[in-house]
Design a binder for this molecule. Structure first.
Ligand SMILES: [Zn+2]
Ligand SMILES: [Zn+2]
Length: 209
């Protein structure tokens, strides 16, 4: 495989080369071959070019691929903290993976989500939450993004995406404590999960609370 020369930051324009063809920058953690975009999930899932590798069959999400990647000059581009960094004119939530200043708006960093769930941290700013925090809940009681947030972070999310709280879209903001939530249908406990859980509102999912 021919390696392309590394781009310098100022050469990264609106359409950086790794967006079209990521395999010189994003490496398979198993076999060190390059990764390419899944045909149907461009910008979300990557597969290994090595057909013998399990990552050729089982796609790798962008946030995981980022951990084994050549330097794209974006270290700490989306850190925890407040205020949030602004990219493409919008504040970037802590759960959104970022490659060289380009947020993957539709993707969720699974490792960060797990940390937010296990430690009761905010999905928007990545900082610890007070015991009473906020979630966006749909009509069926499902918690949007499966994590809670600060009141200020809820306001930021609702201000950036005002349609979230439109009548008809179905999300409403609810103030909750840990006890008000279920993870995969069971009472939530901090720090015990290996994979992220689906969060639901306890009293909207069968009248337990
Ligand atoms: Zn591989
Ligand atoms: Zn927050």
């Amino acid at each position: 495989m021919t390696r392309m020369p590394r781009p310098s930051p100022h050469e990264l324009g609106d359409e950086p080369p790794w967006l079209e063809d990521p395999q010189d920058w994003f490496w398979c953690s198993s076999c060190e071959h390059g990764l390419y975009w899944d045909e149907r999930y461009h910008g979300e899932l990557l597969r290994c070019v090595n057909q013998q590798c399990f990552a050729a069959e089982f796609a790798v999400p962008i946030w995981a691929a980022q951990k084994n990647r050549d330097d794209l000059f974006d270290e700490a581009a989306n850190p925890e903290g407040w205020p949030r960094p602004v990219m493409e004119s919008r504040p970037v939530p802590y759960l959104v993976p970022v490659t060289a200043g380009r947020p993957w708006w539709r993707a969720t960093d699974g490792e960060r989500l797990l940390r937010c769930q296990n430690q009761w941290w905010c999905q928007v700013c990545g900082l610890p939450l007070p015991s009473a925090a906020w979630v966006l809940v749909d009509a069926g009681g499902d918690v949007s993004s499966d994590a809670a947030m600060h009141e200020r972070c809820l306001r930021l999310a609702a201000g950036t995406c005002p349609h979230l709280l439109d009548v008809g879209v179905g999300y409403r903001a609810v103030q909750v404590r840990l006890d008000d939530l279920l993870g995969d249908g069971r009472p939530l406990q901090l720090g015990d999960a290996w994979t992220p859980k689906r969060w639901t509102l306890r009293d909207a999912s069968g009248g337990i609370g």
